[in-house]
Structures are given as C-alpha cells and as structure tokens.
Design a protein around this ligand. Structure first.
Ligand SMILES: Cc1ncc(COP(=O)(O)O)c(C=O)c1O
Length: 390
C-alpha cells in the first residue's frame, strides 16, 4: 500500500476536512486538518472489493446472516490479540460512542457517577452529561510525558455514587498502552468500588514495536462479571463512516441486559458497516495493518523530532495511536496564544486539550494519520509559527 499518496478529501463531506472552518476557524482551502481521529488513508483492497461487490449486486435490503461477520471478529481477536472469544459474546452497535451511551443507560441512573481517567477522549463526557449522569474525573499523572494512574489518590476521591468506569486502552490521548500490572490495578479498583468496567479498546491495533496491548478481559479473567469490552475496526482501517462497533461480553447476566436494551432500541446491523468489518478482519487486512503501523511509526518520528526541536513544545512519546499529544506549557504562553498561533498562523486544526478534561489544558492533539508530506508540511508550519522561540 502506498501511504504516501495524497487523497484530497476536501468537498467529500468529510467532517475532518470540510468542517475545519466551522469548528476551528481554519480555512477549508489551505488549512491542514489534524483533529478528529480518522486517517486520510483509503482502506485495503479487500475492503474496497467487498463494497464494490455490494454496489455491483446493487440491492440494499436488510442485513441477514451474520455468522461470517462474527467469525471474522473472532478470528481477529484470536490472531491479533490472542483473545479467544465466543460468537455469542459479540453485540453490534452503531460505533462505540453509541455503545458507551447504551451502557451508561443500562448500568446507571440519573445523577450516578461515571468515572473517567482524564485527559481522555472527549465524547465520553458528552455522553455522560447528556444522560444526566455525573462525570467523575480522575486525573492521570503526567511524569515527564509518561501517563500513569494513582489509585491511592483515586480511592480518596470516590464518593459512593459511582456506578461505571470507562477506560481507554490503549489511551487516547497520549497513546499509553496499559501494562498487565496496570490493568490489574484498574480491575481491582473497579471491584473495590463495585463498578461496571467499560474497556474501550478501539485503538488496540495500532501499537508500536516494543509495546503489547493486552485485552482487559485477558489481563484479569476474574473481572468478567463486570466487564464489557468495546472494539471496532473503524480507527484501524479508517472506516468510521460505517458506524459499526462491537461490544464483547463474556458474562451471561451482562449479556442478557445488553441484548434486551438493543432489542428495545430496535438496533440492527448496517449492512455496509458489517461488510467492511468482515472484509477488513482477514489475513489481507492484517498484512495492511502491519504496513500501516510501520508508516505511522515513521510519521510520529518526523513529527516528534520537528516539534521537540521547538523550545517549549513537547510531544508525548506515543506507544500507540496516531494521535500526538503536544504539551505547550513550556512556552509560557496562554492557551489562547498558542492555540491562535497554531490555528491562525500555521493554519492547522488540532483538537483543544481542554475538551479532554482535567490535565488537558496546555495541550493540543494532532492527528498523524496522513501521508508523510502532510506531516512534514505541518511541522514546518508549526516551526514557523513559533520561530521567535528558536
Ligand atoms: C477511545 C475512543 N472511543 C471511541 C471513539 C469513537 O468511536 P465511534 O466512531 O465508533 O463512535 C474514539 C474516536 O476517536 C476513541 O478515541
């Protein structure tokens, strides 16, 4: 796969490229979109071919037999993550934000607390607040660019009204791949406070050499009675528009509750999304992912080297994901000033760290899932925008 090839996404109704002006005031014409987490890469040929077959057949009725689809998920979890799962553990939602909303609805009530480890993916808080639950922010420690958890501090912050905790594993932003010991601390915390644990593992595939993603379910099998694992092909294969996510549940009681809620909501499968996943979770898809990881690894090296050369800026060393998390606190600038320089001078749309909760204020998140030339252009624009610091 030629990841260097630039595909112009402007005018394709892409939220990332066509809503950059409305969201960040960065021109859709000459701005660089480095915000929302989709990459700019076309999927592997196996996915394109599957969609092409649907178009060639040209009939778009309700989706039926999902055996092959579920078998492909089972294959992927076993082959890529060493996690044996049963077909009837798999439930399909319209993506993972949808899955989080359904879980919050099932496992908590108004004014209950939902625990997040911040800074973390901003949509979690949006879902929790709109469900009229309370966001409980437990701030991650940031020691020299290494995020970690501090459970003694967290125990003291718990108030008793918390019912659910959500982890991002690997973590967005910052790309931490939680170790087995850390995962065991996480599950122990969930048990201590009697919380349902949502392990959002959407970023599990894009992990750099030297790090190993461990499914929470594997790290601690004894947490099964409170654990729901959320996965999707969307980040890995850049197919988020297919709105298809999977919730994998081993425990029978949790499964019954989840199945009932899906039935109540009338949730069925989107045939396009399902076909994309079935085709992607294959040996051909796996080979493509290996190439993608190596390419993104190259992008993060180029980006980090260029950014860390600007005095006052620090890009967190990523263990996974294509989402660079850049600390601007060393510039001594206000949030408004560094953000303004990035948006108005460099003309780059990057996510504001404040939206990720406590601990994100001095950061911006840059999406590195783009051809190398785009990353190089972004680096040189940023160096120019902060050239007075050099
Ligand atoms: C941790 C995490 N969960 C979920 C999502 C989005 O999931 P979906 O598009 O399936 O709703 C993202 C997107 O960036 C994410 O980072």
């Amino acid at each position: 796969m030629n990841f260097d090839k630039v595909t112009d996404r402007r005018g394709s109704r892409s939220v990332k490229w066509d809503s950059m002006e409305s969201n960040y005031g960065v021109s859709n014409i000459d701005g660089i979109a480095m915000w929302v987490a989709d990459t700019d890469f076309p999927p592997p040929a196996c996915v394109t071919n599957a969609l092409q077959s649907m178009v060639d057949h040209n009939v778009y009725g309700y989706y039926g037999d999902d055996t092959d689809y579920k078998a492909s998920i089972q294959w992927w979890m076993k082959n890529r993550h060493n996690w044996p799962i049963e077909l009837d553990w798999i439930f399909t939602t319209f993506g993972l934000v949808n899955a989080v909303g359904i879980c919050v609805d099932i496992f908590s009530e108004s004014d209950d607390g939902v625990v997040l480890f911040t800074p973390v993916y901003h949509a979690f808080a949006r879902v929790i607040e709109n469900a009229e639950r309370k966001v409980v922010e437990l701030e991650l420690r940031n020691e020299n660019g290494h995020l970690s958890m501090d459970f003694d501090a967290y125990d003291a912050q718990m108030q008793g009204h918390e019912k659910i905790m959500i982890i991002s594993s690997p973590h967005n932003p910052g790309g931490r791949v939680w170790t087995k010991d850390e995962l065991l601390e996480i599950t122990a915390f969930a048990k201590r406070h009697d919380l349902i644990l949502l392990s959002d593992e959407i970023h599990h595939d894009l992990v750099f050499a030297g790090n190993k993603h461990i499914p929470t379910a594997l790290a601690d099998p004894s947490a099964a009675d409170r654990l729901l694992t959320l996965t999707a092909a969307s980040k890995t294969f850049n197919v988020a528009g297919g709105y298809t996510g999977n919730v994998i549940i081993q425990d029978e009681i949790l499964r019954k509750k989840f199945a009932k809620r899906l039935a109540m909501l009338g949730m069925s499968k989107n045939s396009f999304g399902v076909e994309i996943v079935r085709a992607a979770y294959s040996p051909e898809g796996a080979e493509w992912v290996d190439e993608l990881i190596a390419y993104i690894d190259g992008n993060r090296r180029v980006f980090d080297e260029g950014i860390n050369a600007i005095p006052g800026l620090k890009s967190m060393p990523l263990q996974s994901t294509y989402l660079a998390w850049v600390d601007f606190s060393g510039t001594g600038m206000s949030r408004e000033e560094f953000t303004d320089r990035v948006e108005k001078q460099a003309k780059i749309a990057a996510n504001h760290g404040t939206t990720f909760g406590k601990g994100g204020d001095n950061f911006l998140r840059f999406n590195l899932g783009a051809p190398r030339s785009v990353i190089e252009e972004a680096v040189s624009r940023l160096q120019a925008a902060f050239s007075d610091l050099q």
